[in-house]
Write a protein that binds this ligand. Structure first.
Ligand code: RIB
Length: 307
């Protein structure tokens, strides 16, 4: 079982000719509502791939709340742990340009009220996984990872959006997933990809570094692995990282080895970019397996020493 403790948002998506620069006003014909939030996106991705998923989060007393709940339930996620908050539901404004690149602003709202006691009765222990992101208060995330780790569950942290961490915060993390910007924030500056992942891995911790069009790599106790990205023409990259993380967590929770899970997560993330919206393009397992051959097998590499 996979437990996701995290954010859920209403995404207001605007398709624009070009993303605005600071101080610029950009017009577009309209907007549409989509299901979002990094936590909920990851939970939905994992459930669509066949994992048993429980989501723990908060929604506000507004019309978005029931819509967000129903959207996540429709993806196959257990939403009994979605609790009320007096603040408005989390909301994101997302501008997407023709190239598929995006710009995202998030009003956290109800996500700020996600609390550690929501883990009570979640059933975390050996054979289960806790997955967290960085869109709820950091002390809650770190407290949850600590509790899950102590209970014997696998713990996964996707540190998105980027932030620094207090010292020792990664001690309770079995798998850290970051992109290059998030890795640079943690390391105090940019490094070559394999060296960055090696620096963030630990004796019992794996670091997965996502590299956008260049795929992803992992460094863990058993060495290093690299997988390419799926060759695609992106329509919208919003939530591609969330699909990657949700898929990785799902496949590990389902018992796949890290290189196999990594390759499938890369395929799932690519497929998610072929549709507009953070969740609309999230694939089912059969679609991932059907495109896996386009990637080639994961490639091992020697982990740089002294990183
Ligand atoms: O990663 C994409 C997500 O970031 C969007 O769905 C938005 O809600 C923000 O949380």
């Amino acid at each position: 079982m996979l437990v996701v403790l995290g954010s859920i948002n209403a995404d207001l998506v605007l398709e624009v000719e070009g993303l605005p620069r600071p101080g610029e006003t950009v017009l577009c014909p309209g907007w549409r509502l989509a299901h979002g939030g990094k936590g909920a996106n990851q939970a939905a991705a994992a459930a669509k791939l066949g994992a048993r998923v429980r989501f723990l989060g908060r929604i506000g007393p507004d019309p978005w709340g029931p819509v967000l709940r129903e959207g996540l339930a429709a993806a196959g996620v257990d939403v009994d742990g979605l609790a009320p908050s007096p603040r408005p539901s989390g909301t994101a404004v997302i501008a997407v340009e023709r190239s598929g690149e995006n710009l995202i602003l998030v009003a956290s709202g109800a996500n700020l009220d996600v609390s550690l006691d929501q883990l009570d009765g979640a059933g975390l222990g050996p054979g289960t996984t806790l997955l967290c992101q960085n869109e709820i208060p950091l002390p809650v995330t770190l407290g949850a990872l600590g509790r899950a780790h102590a209970a014997g569950a696998r713990t996964i942290l996707n540190l998105a959006p980027a932030s620094e961490l207090p010292s020792g915060a990664l001690d309770s993390v079995d798998l850290l997933v970051v992109n290059e910007h998030e890795a640079a924030t943690l390391l105090g500056g940019p490094r070559e990809a394999e060296a960055a992942a090696a620096a963030l891995a630990g004796p019992a911790r794996t670091c997965v570094l996502t590299l956008g069009r260049a795929g992803a790599l992992a460094v863990g106790p058993d060495g290093g692995w690299r997988v390419p990205a799926l060759p695609i023409r992106p329509v919208d990259t919003t939530g591609a990282g969330d699909t990657f993380v949700g898929a990785l967590a799902a496949f590990l929770d389902l018992g796949l080895a890290l290189p196999d899970a990594l390759a499938r997560a890369s395929v799932a993330a690519g497929l998610a970019c072929e549709r507009l919206g953070a969740r609309e393009g999230q694939p089912e397992r059969a679609a991932v397996e059907a495109r896996l051959g386009e990637l080639g097998p994961p490639v091992p590499f020697a982990v740089p020493r002294g990183s």
